[in-house]
Design a protein around this ligand. Structure first.
Ligand code: SF4
Ligand code: SF4
Length: 496
């Protein structure tokens, strides 16, 4: 069963974006029983302060009362009032978190995703690219393999729209390694064009289910220094239930054997991506992350599946509660490991950690349409591979004459409307640090919700656990300097 981005769930309204998280008078209390930590976070400056437990409780009561002191009991009101005054004086001395002045980046494109196939050999039940009629990985299109000229045209078109070039090209699908010839042709032609014009060629990456990592494919990976991300949803049992292949064939065994070959030929570092869904309820995510690390992954990405409310993998409220506890355990483990010589590079934590440490406010929820642009097998340009086949998110075509003004106008329109922050973000303290997936918001129906759904509870928990972890590490100078060393040593994550 597929989870397409149904046109009916697309909100066309442009959302007025005046986030509370930018206001200097906004504070957020974080109380944690596990480590007995009490903190106040100030979103506008991205700073946090350790406070006494009753103070954090009083500030939390103020938050719950709609950021008003009036409804609080006398003692609590006095405590909150004093805390807000003192904190207000402290944050007044700090500059606000930085933010890019430009609404969209028009100089250099971070990621160009190219679908070399729109077909897949697996039948994953949560795949957003599966069409009930046309099959797995098709995005509802009957064109299965990339038109040979499209990758080169896509690259050249992006050079016309981004004068400083394209940083990385990510080969996507379906399953892109079902068509190694398409990848080979793309790399050959793009490299030849770059050599001819004195341009630095992009870094190549591929996202694969790992079942096609034959020696011939590894030759291709070696030849073009392609960085690999393998999607693996767990140990053998869960992965093969979530990523079913032909009867008697194990996608897990094939992927692990492929990763072994990759390691033997020293074609790393590689990443593992894991979609967490209903079969993971009750699974220890820390053990799972350590399992991926033991397979040799330099970076790990684990994120909740985006499914629609009528999908069998939609979580019940009890399952959401349980999953959030599992996520909490994982985030805490990852944060504590930053203070040791055994870090676990989980992309979600690393991303939030970087945002908070650099105090650089994210202008957009996610890179779709700004730092990520996608091209499908037929040459249609859209805001992200997850929007393939969705006309509303299209920005033009790679064929024909370049139309830079039209492209830029459509891009701005998209960013201001369909990709604008949903109204919930206006009143969310996590906004500016949160990196929620725009496409996921459409699939899950988040954009029309009035209370924080699972995806937001996950994002808010992640940020809280990162802040709590930073506060713990900050207390211990050696753990703090180990954190800094681990951040410097962190492998660049090329999958986002
Ligand atoms: S957690 Fe949800 S409401 Fe808050 S900023 Fe992220 S997407 Fe917006
Ligand atoms: S977060 Fe989601 S919508 Fe945004 S760029 Fe990544 S996959 Fe695309």
């Amino acid at each position: 069963m597929s989870t397409p981005i149904a046109a009916s769930t697309i909100t066309r309204r442009s959302v007025g974006y005046q986030p509370l998280s930018r206001l200097p008078e906004t504070f957020h209390a974080i109380l944690d029983e596990r480590y007995q930590q009490a903190l106040i976070y100030h979103p506008a400056t991205m700073t946090f302060y350790e406070v006494a437990w009753p103070v954090a409780e009083a500030v939390r009561a103020w938050e719950l009362a709609g950021r008003q002191l009036g409804p609080l009991a006398t003692e609590e009101r006095a405590l909150a009032e004093r805390a807000l005054r003192v904190l207000g004086e402290r944050v007044a001395a700090r500059p606000p978190a930085e933010e890019d002045a430009e609404e969209i980046n028009t100089r250099r494109l971070r990621r160009l995703a190219i679908n070399v196939t729109q077909v897949c050999n697996l039948r994953c039940p949560m795949c957003y690219a599966t069409d009930d009629q046309l099959g797995a990985g098709t995005y509802g299109s009957d064109v299965r393999f990339v038109i040979p000229s499209v990758p080169e045209q896509a690259f050249k078109r992006m050079l016309e729209y981004y004068p400083e070039g394209v940083e990385l090209i990510q080969f996507h699908g379906g399953e892109p390694l079902l068509h190694p010839r398409g990848i080979q042709r793309a790399c050959e032609r793009i490299n030849a064009y770059c050599a001819e014009h004195g341009i630095e060629p992009p870094v190549y990456t591929v996202i694969t289910n790992g079942t096609c990592l034959s020696e011939e494919v590894l030759d291709l990976i070696e030849r073009f220094a392609i960085r690999v991300t393998v999607s693996l949803d767990g140990t053998r049992e869960i992965n093969d239930a979530n990523r079913p292949w032909a009867p008697g064939r194990s996608a897990y065994d094939a992927a692990v054997a492929g990763l072994e070959r990759l390691k033997q030929r020293k074609l790393g570092p590689f990443s593992i991506e894991c979609t967490i869904s209903k079969p993971h309820v009750g699974v220890d995510l820390r053990e799972l992350a350590l399992h991926f690390k033991s397979l040799g992954a330099a970076t790990i990405h684990m994120a909740p599946a985006s499914v629609s409310p009528d999908h069998p993998h939609w979580l019940t409220p009890d399952e959401v509660r349980q999953m959030l506890e599992q996520w909490r355990d994982l985030f805490d483990e990852v944060m504590d490991r930053y203070g040791t010589r055994e870090p676990l590079y989980l992309r979600s934590v690393l991303g939030r950690l970087t945002t908070l440490r650099t105090r650089h406010r994210e202008k957009h929820l996610c890179p779709a349409g700004t730092n990520t642009i996608a091209v499908d097998v037929a040459g249609n340009i859209s805001a992200c591979f997850m929007f393939t086949g969705q006309r509303e998110f299209q920005l033009g075509r790679v064929q024909g004459k370049a139309q830079p003004e039209e492209y830029r106008a459509r891009q701005r329109r998209l960013v201001q409307t369909l990709l604008a922050h949903p109204s919930l973000c206006n009143t969310c303290w996590a906004d500016g640090v949160c990196g929620d997936c725009s496409a996921g918001q459409y699939i899950t129906g988040m954009r029309t919700q009035e209370s924080y759904p699972y995806s937001c509870q996950y994002d808010r928990l992640l940020i809280e656990r990162v802040i709590l972890g930073l506060a713990r590490l900050r207390r211990d100078p050696s753990a703090w300097s180990q954190l800094k060393a681990n951040l410097i040593a962190a492998p660049e994550d090329l999958s986002e």
